[in-house]
Design a protein around this ligand. Structure first.
Ligand code: TTP
Ligand code: MG
Length: 386
């Protein structure tokens, strides 16, 4: 009995949540975006809106021309992040090896599990997500992460696709190379220059010739084109050095969508703080890492006088750091880490704010409620303004 990897991707995630919040929007074209009246872009469009050609990343002005009768809604990142965290909690009931991959995606690793068990497993996961949240998702199963991820995209929405070891080219062989995870526009251009158009062309191309053009990356893309991938599923709480506590996410697609980027940043901050509280640490330094489309990477750090472990403070600092260094470019990866860690002395209260102790208590009480009743069982009032 081997190992199977399952990739789950929620369908039209932000729009589907909005449709649940307001049942009058069910079955209607719903578009979640930044401010609908400004020059913002579409975060996501419901499947009803996609019929009109609407896509993530499209300027709202253009979307309104294609679908003038759509319902344009300002995104509420906090709402989506909480749903996302709650979904992860449910997924961990199926296996402890769950790697969150973006706000609405995760990898699950099942050892000692055969392909014949995959359909039942997938429908059990779909059922509990539907019963709990009234949301659908698409699931891909394969021998590794790359195959599972690409499989989940084949039958959207509410899809299930199983690709067994050795079947990758049956599904993807005839498709253009840009379907491959990690192969972007510039690579496609170079591949086309050497006569590689389809995934099968790349899969069969001599490795030496690819390495001459792309170096090490040549080997990687050839492996990908053959559906070969040995990267592990890494549960986010593993492998963290006590000197710093950090999380980072490679985004599904490079994006400059500010509401999406800030939602990702918020979730990272919450993960970092929750972990700090769990382990009894306070931090005095926060680092935000941004990797742009062209792989240029910057890290920006801020130190503060008081040590903290609170979600709202960490997020406000991370957000300021991010916005100070962001000029609207497409981003590939975001990371947040806390350092300058010190074990917390519960008797010492930071005197700086009168309200501080009470607010700290809020986080602790909310952690213990979440531990017992789930991530979504309690939340702060109001929404994060972006
Ligand atoms: P996706 O999984 O790419 O899209 P989706 O869930 O809306 O639709 P699909 O059924 O095709 O999976 O992204 C997940 C959420 O992330 C999406 O609901 C909105 C947000 N998002 C943005 O805000 N901006 C972006 O550019 C992208 C790609 C996603
Ligand atoms: Mg999705």
């Amino acid at each position: 009995m081997g190992r199977i990897v399952l990739h789950l991707d929620m369908d039209a995630f932000f729009s589907a949540i909005e449709q649940n919040c307001n049942p009058r929007l069910k079955g209607k074209p719903v578009i979640v975006c930044g401010d609908p009246d400004s020059r913002s872009v579409v975060s996501t469009a419901s499947y009803e809106a996609r019929k009109y050609g609407l896509r993530s990343g499209m300027p709202v002005r253009q979307a309104k021309k294609l679908c003038p009768h759509g319902f344009y809604i300002t995104g509420n990142p906090k709402k989506y992040v909480y749903t996302s965290v709650q979904i992860l909690k449910i997924l961990r009931q199926f296996t402890a090896r769950v790697e969150p991959f973006s706000v609405d995606e995760a990898f699950l690793d099942f050892h000692n599990t055969g392909y014949e068990e995959a359909p039942e497993l997938a429908s059990a996961i779909k059922k509990v997500i539907w019963d709990t949240f009234n949301l659908t998702c698409s699931i891909g199963v394969g021998p590794n992460k790359i195959v599972a991820k690409m499989a989940s995209d084949l039958e959207k929405p509410d899809g299930f696709t199983l690709i067994k070891e050795g079947e990758f080219l049956v599904f993807f062989g005839d498709m253009r190379v840009d379907v491959l995870w990690g192969v972007g526009e510039k690579t496609v251009e170079k591949l086309e220059n050497i006569g590689i158009h389809t995934v099968r062309d790349l899969a069969h191309f001599p490795e030496g010739a690819l390495r001459r053009v792309f170096g090490e990356y040549g080997t990687y893309i050839k492996m990908t084109a053959n559906g070969v991938d040995d990267s592990p599923v890494i549960p986010y709480y593993e492998g963290i050095e006590p000197k710093s506590i950090g999380h980072e996410h490679t985004l599904h697609r490079d994006t400059s969508d500010l509401s999406f980027l800030l939602a990702t940043l918020l979730r990272l901050c919450e993960q970092v703080c929750r972990r700090m509280r769990k382990e009894g640490y306070l931090a005095s330094t926060i680092t935000v890492k941004i990797r742009f489309s062209d792989f240029k990477t910057i890290t920006r750090q801020r130190k503060f006088a008081n040590r903290i472990d609170r979600d709202d403070i960490l997020f406000s600092i991370a957000k300021a750091l991010f916005l100070d260094n962001y000029g609207g470019e497409a981003i590939r990866l975001i990371g947040v880490s806390a350092s300058g860690l010190m074990k917390k002395d519960n008797d010492v209260c930071d005197p700086m704010f009168v309200d501080e102790r009470r607010r700290g208590i809020f986080d602790r009480v909310s952690d213990s409620i979440k531990d017992r009743f789930g991530e979504n069982s309690i939340r702060r009032g109001g929404s994060i303004r972006i």
